[in-house]
Design a protein around this ligand. Structure first.
Ligand SMILES: [Zn+2]
Length: 244
């Protein structure tokens, strides 16, 4: 492994400032991007926190896993983008080569073609193992936790969704996105906004939701405004108690 491909010092420093996590047991990495794994008991539920600057989601994940069983993954970074070799990438665009390449070309400036190909190869090397580690067992549920800023809400997703239930239109930034029709049928009985996207659009953006749609994996993303821990907690508890 060349030195330029090792975990950058910046990421190590970022994790040094995180609060003490009693659950941290091991890590899983993809292309040098490290995730802490939190394990508690046996369950078919998996939790995934991919954007380091979405700190409410990370806080909720650790809080949740004091009460509920499952396996959680949280990125070792406090920033949205992570280093991939000499380049930067949005870690929620790593799940397909096509999506990763589009994101790498958009995010980075003045890169060499060699750096681009290196970054893509680096991802290819780890992706299969990483995806295998984070996906739930057959029939299990993958729950992603995200926080948003003012530019994004359920209204962004409505036009590209197959079904929509807007039970809380006053709070459009708080919503859930499901890719499984049976899960959606249960979630739409909640007092929260929910959208269903069960058909993969032709362009693959490299996100985990797109991968789950393709693979037929049950996946629910919980979106909440950064700082709105209470709303995100209520949605997560609804999922935890109502979905198998
Ligand atoms: Zn996010």
């Amino acid at each position: 492994m060349s030195s330029s491909l090792q975990t950058p010092r910046r990421d190590w420093l970022a994790t040094a400032f995180l609060p003490f996590w009693p659950f941290r047991s091991s890590t899983q990495k993809i292309g040098g991007v490290r995730f802490d794994i939190i394990r508690r008991g046996r369950s078919t539920h998996r939790y995934f926190h991919v954007h380091g600057n979405e700190t409410t989601a990370r806080e909720l994940l650790y809080e949740h896993m004091r009460k509920f069983k499952g396996t959680g993954f949280t990125v070792q970074s406090l920033e949205r983008q992570v280093a991939l070799g000499a380049l930067e990438i949005d870690p929620n665009r790593m799940f397909s080569r096509e999506g990763a390449e589009k994101n790498l070309r958009r995010v980075n400036r003045n890169y060499s073609e060699a750096a681009m190909q290196n970054a893509l190869l680096y991802l290819e090397r780890d992706r299969h193992k990483f995806v295998k580690a984070i996906l739930p067992p057959e029939g299990g549920l993958l729950i992603a936790l995200h926080n948003n800023g003012p530019g994004y809400s359920v209204q962004t997703e409505v036009p590209i969704s197959d079904e929509v239930s807007l039970a809380d239109p006053q709070n459009p930034r708080e919503f859930m996105l499901a890719v499984n029709r049976d899960d959606f049928a249960i979630l739409k009985t909640s007092p929260f906004n929910v959208v269903l996207q069960d058909k993969a659009p032709p362009d693959d953006d490299g996100s985990l939701s797109r991968l789950c749609t393709k693979l037929g994996v049950r996946y629910v993303n919980i979106e909440a405004r950064l700082g709105n821990l209470e709303a995100q907690r209520r949605m997560l508890e609804f999922i935890e108690t109502k979905l198998p």
